[in-house]
Design a protein around this ligand. Structure first.
Ligand code: BGC
Length: 943
């Protein structure tokens, strides 16, 4: 197999073929070996076929007599020709359909480059927070040779180095090669590291401190494993489509929630000295067609997003991330407005680097770079993993090509210098030059083998020498600093109780509730495969199968579990064995049929069900990344119904626990009289069992709130929420025409009743809200105070029109627009945009009292709308409510605390397309509502 053939294979397939070329077996990740072996077994060609299929009634020897041999061949061919005819017919039918459709599709070919050009690329080093780092970086870069600079901008290639992404060093100036590793649930492919709860669970905690602490523990592990650049957190997908395959990597279907969670995570990671990467910029909302060739089409899809929607929705959390000082941004696979994200000058130069004032470096998602010089000019700084257009083809779009481009003047040297300076400045900014923190040993584990010894460049047939690659450094922390503590806290607080009829929960360790003393043994049945260990947490590559208890989605965002506490094991341990008898039924086979007696015998039945999804390069049972619906998987609905029907012969109480990558439809059984309690446990990571035990037994009072809406059907989320499963053009088009109206905003706009609304979650206690007070700290004015710092525009010579044509493949730069220096954004000026956008204009306080019988935490949420604005702003289309604040507060029984929210200028503004700026409606009043969920708003005030 030559390297170009390999391109369409899975990444794991690549390693396999190189080991074949090398004529030896190189260590595979254990789970891959079986797949390799079985694929070798079926490697038959035509002669093999003759050998294994002698004519009937003849011995194998006589079958090779000349005339019989001829007959055998004829027969073979007769069989083959039938086969061939069928294949041909299928092909003809296929091509006819395609030709007919093709004509139609070609008609629909979008015009290239609907994204306006924005050149030249703004250089970094424009804000005081980064000035020291830029000074040092400039010194270092000045001393680098051209190949050294190029080394830093270009990954070495897939599996060329121990991390998933590796860049080369600048040896003469002592700048090391950097390792880039996934994120965001933990350290991918690492041993002795923590499998934290996924982003969606973190979002469900609504707890800023936990968000920060999880980020810090994650960053700490990355640093101790020698990772320079962590490929997380993730805020794109935002959650436009509830069935989107990777929503679980992010924090929930609202830009404000995502933004806060991302900023806290980034602070945590970067305080540890590791460069965080916010991804995927931007509009990577579904897996289907996200990438060229992965879905059989030469081009990726285009997410078509209008200016206001970009600012208020998909770009919003990136703004928070830049404000938090993030060191890297990963541009996404697909196109935005028909220009690839990683070569989209409007996005990278205009929005990210000019308006948002991003100071770090833009790296491509793996193979998301689709052009050479053009993407450099459009603002891409680092090409990852450096392979070029196809996996491991060895034809980088940069590397030597970038050197040539600089030498022949296609890419100004100032742009190259800026690319490199941005990387080196981020390295200084995180303190990675400090040897006491970053020992200089580099990465101490291999992504490509679990053995101690392995190849540094596993992807190269020329690397024939094994060295020590896995040092098995345990980075999980110990004692009070064990990261399992924070993992468990997040999992517990990210668990959402949505139904608790008759206060059936919490259960007592002694079984019978204190007010119903009983001599009988209390019987608890635990049902469902999702409660149990299954084949172990790491049974499938990158966790791409749904078996055993679900604690993570699949793909690059998943990790090797060091352990996974399953709910069954944790619950069995939890109850008083003298008083409570626990029965296990760890399968999804209908218990009514299999074990009716078991079911009828229970006082309480706890049933575990789930729904899984992941990244598009893997699939499981017809789920190609994105889910095909929002139903429970593995007949979960039937399991719940049967358990609820039969539990305690109809008198039992059923508790349903759902592990899920996102929203699921509960309506098939939510009103079943036997279903007394329902818990959305999201994706809890390694501490799953302990977390659910804490909640079920009331050791911890539930305080999670839904980070998404639970609708009654997928259709309820609106047309914009539908994944595009079938191509609607040669470049599939997803028009984000619903604009600001996703998730709860859509439900509000169309008056649709959800099963449970965004922000909803119950507690074992009750809270009372009172005394809203809005203080105007700064007077209203429509626009932020003008602010522009000195801009370091590149001083480059304009290339000839032919060069320009060569450079701009998709991004629609005509030579005219290429010459034109774009006006600087008035909304820019500092990191995260104009610094006035971050000033606090209003502060809101409310009193919250714990009126129940146990201590607990409440998440108070603040939403705004423009219902009472006047003047021009009356024409502004604004959602019924938009989240603009949340605070989690702990309250003892009867305790009251004042909770304060700060509203920035950005929070109160809308993005005005005409003014190209954030605008506060200054006539009339902005309505502020505070409450316990998006539909339980108890207090109203005005600014
Ligand atoms: C994913 C990224 C990931 C990268 C490296 C890509 O397929 O989209 O999120 O960081 O692979 O593993």
């Amino acid at each position: 197999m030559d390297r170009s053939q390999i391109a369409s294979e899975s990444r794991e397939g690549l390693l396999r073929s190189y080991s074949k070329e090398r004529g030896e077996s190189i260590p595979l990740r254990k789970s891959l070996e079986d797949a390799y072996r079985s694929s070798n077994d079926s490697d038959l060609d035509a002669t093999d076929y003759l050998d294994i299929d002698p004519p009937k009634n003849q011995s194998k020897v006589s079958a090779y007599a000349p005339q019989q041999r001829l007959a055998a061949i004829r027969r073979t061919f007769a069989r083959r020709s039938k086969c061939l005819i069928i294949v041909l017919l299928v092909c003809i039918a296929f091509w006819s359909v395609l030709a007919a459709g093709g004509f139609f599709l070609y008609k629909k070919t979008p015009l290239e480059g609907q994204s306006p050009p924005w050149y030249p690329s703004p250089a970094g080093g424009t804000v005081p927070q980064w000035s020291e780092s830029y000074k040092k970086a400039a010194e270092l870069v000045k001393a680098m040779s051209l190949p050294e600079k190029v080394n830093i901008t270009t990954g070495t290639g897939w599996q060329m180095g121990l991390a998933v992404g590796n860049s080369g060093p600048a040896i003469h100036v002592g700048f090391p090669g950097l390792s880039y590793q996934d994120g965001p649930l933990g350290l991918r492919f690492a041993d002795n590291a923590t499998a934290f709860p996924a982003g969606i669970t973190v979002g469900a905690t609504w707890d800023k401190e936990l968000m920060y602490e999880r980020g810090k523990a994650h960053g700490n592990e990355a640093r101790l494993k020698g990772v320079n650049v962590l490929l997380g957190p993730c805020v794109g997908p935002l959650g436009r489509m509830p069935a989107g395959g990777r929503n679980w990597e992010g924090f929930g279907s609202d830009p404000y929630l995502q933004g806060v969670a991302a900023a806290e995570t980034i602070k945590g990671i970067q305080e540890e000295g590791v460069i965080a990467t916010i991804k995927h910029f931007v509009g990577n909302e579904q897996e289907h067609f996200r990438q060229s060739w992965e879905w059989g089409l030469p081009n990726a899809m285009s997410s078509n997003i209008d200016d206001r929607t970009l600012h208020e929705m998909y770009g919003w959390p990136f703004g928070d991330s830049v404000k938090a000082g993030v060191g890297s941004v990963m541009c996404s696979y697909q196109m935005v407005n028909n220009s690839y994200s990683c070569g989209n000058s409007k996005l990278l130069n205009g929005y990210l680097k000019d308006e948002l004032g991003f100071q770090g470096f833009v790296q491509s998602d793996w193979l998301a770079q689709r052009s050479g010089v053009a993407s450099g000019l459009a603002g891409l700084d680092v090409s990852m993993p450096g392979d070029g257009l196809t996996w491991a083809a060895g034809k980088s779009l940069w590397g030597p090509e970038l050197t040539k481009a600089v030498l022949n003047g296609s890419l100004p040297v100032s742009r190259l210098n800026d690319m490199v300076t941005r990387v080196v400045a981020a390295w200084y900014q995180m303190g990675q030059d400090d040897k006491s923190k970053f020992g200089g040993e580099g990465i101490n584990f291999s992504s490509w083998t679990n053995d101690e010894m392995g190849f540094i460049n596993a992807g190269s047939p020329d690397d024939k020498e094994k060295t020590l690659v896995n040092k098995f450094v345990d980075v999980q922390g110990t004692g009070d600093d064990a990261h399992s503590i924070i993992a468990r806290k997040v999992a517990t607080e990210g668990t959402v109780l949505v139904k608790n009829e008759g206060d059936i929960l919490p259960l007592s360790v002694d079984g019978w509730p204190a007010d119903q003393p009983h001599n009988l043994i209390f019987r608890i049945g635990i049902f469902g495969e999702d409660a149990a260990e299954g084949k172990g947490p790491n049974a499938c590559d990158d966790r791409a199968c749904n078996q055993g208890t679900l604690a993570s989605g699949w793909g690059s965002g998943a990790v090797e579990f060091p352990y996974l506490v399953n709910p069954m094991a944790a619950l069995k341990e939890a109850f008083n064995k003298d008083r409570v008898y626990v029965t296990e039924f760890p399968t999804n086979s209908p218990p009514m049929k299999q074990a009716p007696a078991v079911l009828n015998d229970q006082d309480v039945c706890i049933v575990f069900v789930n729904s899984d999804s992941g990244e598009g390069y893997k699939s499981w049972e017809g789920i190609n990344g994105d889910r095909n619906d929002l139903n429970l998987q593995k007949d979960g609905d039937l399991l719940v119904k049967q358990v609820a029907d039969g539990c305690g012969a109809g008198n039992g109480n059923t508790v349903v626990v759902v592990h899920s990558v996102g929203p699921v439809i509960l309506d098939k059984w939510i009103n079943h009289p036997g279903v007394k309690a329902v818990i959305m446990a999201n994706l809890p990571g390694q501490e799953s069992g302990n977390a659910i035990r804490d909640i079920l037994l009331g050791t911890v009072n539930p305080s999670g709130k839904l980070p998404y809406t639970l609708g009654r059907s997928l259709d309820d989320y609106g047309p914009g929420a539908q994944v595009l499963y079938y191509a609607n053009g040669v470049v599939p088009q997803q028009n984000f025409s619903e604009g600001l109206y996703i998730d709860y905003r859509h439900f509000d706009k169309f008056g649709i009743d959800p099963t449970f609304e965004f922000g909803f979650g119950l507690s074992y206690t009750t809270f009372e809200y009172s005394n809203i007070n809005v203080a105007a700290l700064l007077p209203k004015s429509p626009l932020p105070a003008p602010e522009r710092l000195a801009l370091h525009l590149h001083n480059w010579t304009t290339p000839s029109p032919t060069q320009v044509q060569r450079c701009f493949l998709v991004d629609s730069a005509s030579s005219r627009s290429y010459d034109e220096v774009q006006p600087r954004s008035e909304a820019g000026g500092d990191e995260g945009g104009n610094s006035d956008l971050w000033n606090i204009y209003a502060s809101v306080s409310v009193d919250i009292k714990n009126t129940g019988k146990v201590a607990g935490k409440e998440v108070a949420q603040l939403y705004i709308n423009y219902a009472d604005v006047e003047g021009d702003a009356l024409n502004v289309d604004y959602p019924v409510k938009v989240l603009r604040g949340f605070e989690k507060v702990f309250l003892e029984v009867d305790e009251t605390k004042a909770v304060q929210f700060n509203l920035t200028r950005r929070d109160l503004s809308y993005w005005c397309v005409k003014k190209q700026n954030w605008v506060i409606p200054d006539q009339g009043r902005i309505t502020i509502r505070v409450g316990a969920s998006s539909r339980d708003l108890k207090l109203t005030g005005w600014y």
